[in-house]
Design a binder for this molecule. Structure first.
Ligand code: XMP
Length: 327
């Protein structure tokens, strides 16, 4: 029978078998539920032979880095190495506006960052010829299917941790959640004692804000989107809507401009799209009927507080035909 306890136990046994008695592993933490649960399972299986690596790629939302550093470490006591890679990621993304190219670059650079973190992870053990052979990822069943890994499915988008991996990958992958859906992952996470701040968190994609800027990614655009995203999150949370919303991507249409009037002058600014969705497993989704008053507050605040944005629009498309993220 399916219980979270049974599943957790079986997954831990599988990980022990795959990694063996000596193997060392690193786990890329994204701040999301999936990688946190994957890391917690592997930690149960192999203890401190696991080191978690958090890559700050400069594509995170406000407060995310601090949250990983405090919440996750407090809950698990796992060893955490943080890699500062903003300049590297933004350098490679410079001038790139094609969604799949962005995704492939980010997938590749994540792996390069993990490889770079290995010497720090190994410390003195490197001299003794030790290697890190295993990379733990929080890949879920829907990630595999939508990246074209399931049978008979087309590639919809390359999830950074599946279709975005480089071909010369030196690690063996440990992906304990590969056959699970998000609600099952949350149940396993609770079983392992992870706190609600982690387990109940709304999904946020590994490629981060880069796939929420339609157009090329720059520091200024990221800064602007971060402000708009924070406003939307604050208002949805204070309206008590978090339980009803699966996630709410906030998207900057950087390649689009429209005419507006603000103060006593003409503006020629960018639209922000709100994409609140309700879903069970992200394979399908419906747009969430957020009350008009809440939308009004978000719109007023974003156009007042975020420079260069003069319009807020609501995405009222279900999935299918739209995907949840715009890229
Ligand atoms: P789509 O846009 O395909 O998104 O409807 C489905 C779910 O997956 C998340 N997503 C990702 N998560 N790496 C991730 O870790 C990715 O590359 C990625 N792309 C999409 C998305 O936020 C939604 O929850």
């Amino acid at each position: 029978t399916w219980t979270a306890a049974n599943i957790a136990e079986a997954l831990i046994a599988d990980i022990r078998e795959q990694v063996g008695d000596e193997g060392l592993a690193i786990c890329g933490l994204s701040g999301g539920v999936d990688s946190a649960v994957a890391a917690a399972l592997v930690q149960r299986a192999i203890g401190d032979r696991l080191t978690c690596v958090f890559v700050d790629h400069g594509l995170l939302r406000a407060g995310e880095r601090e949250q990983v550093q405090t919440d996750f470490v407090a809950a698990t006591g796992a060893r955490l190495v943080t890699v500062d890679a903003e300049d590297v990621f933004l350098g490679h993304l410079d001038g790139v506006s094609d969604p799949e190219t962005k995704r492939k670059i980010i997938g590749r650079e994540f792996i390069r960052s993990f490889e770079g973190a290995v010497s720090e992870v190994l410390g003195d053990q490197a001299a003794a010829g030790k290697k890190v052979d295993f990379l733990v990822q929080g890949t879920l069943y829907p990630d595999v299917v939508e990246s074209g890994g399931g049978s008979g499915t087309a590639n919809i988008k390359s999830h950074h941790n599946v279709g975005g991996l480089p071909e010369d990958l030196e690690f063996k992958l440990v992906e304990p959640l590969r056959l699970l859906f998000k609600d099952e992952v949350r149940a396993v996470g609770r079983e392992l004692g992870l706190p609600e701040e982690i387990v109940a968190r709304q999904p946020f994609p590994g490629p981060g804000l880069a796939i929420r800027i339609v157009g090329s990614v720059t520091k200024d655009r990221l800064e602007l989107l971060r402000k708009a995203d924070l406003i939307a999150r604050e208002e949805l949370t204070s309206a008590g809507l978090d339980g009803q919303i699966w996630q709410c991507p906030v998207v900057l249409l950087a390649d689009v401009r429209s005419v507006g009037v603000q103060g006593d002058g003409r503006t020629y600014g960018h639209p922000i799209v709100l994409r609140p969705v309700s879903s069970e497993d992200a394979m399908t989704a419906d747009w969430t009927r957020v009350p008009y008053e809440v939308l009004e507050t978000i719109s007023t605040r974003i156009t007042n507080e975020v420079p260069d944005v003069n319009r807020v629009v609501l995405d009222v498309t279900s999935k299918p035909p739209g995907t949840i993220e715009w890229e």
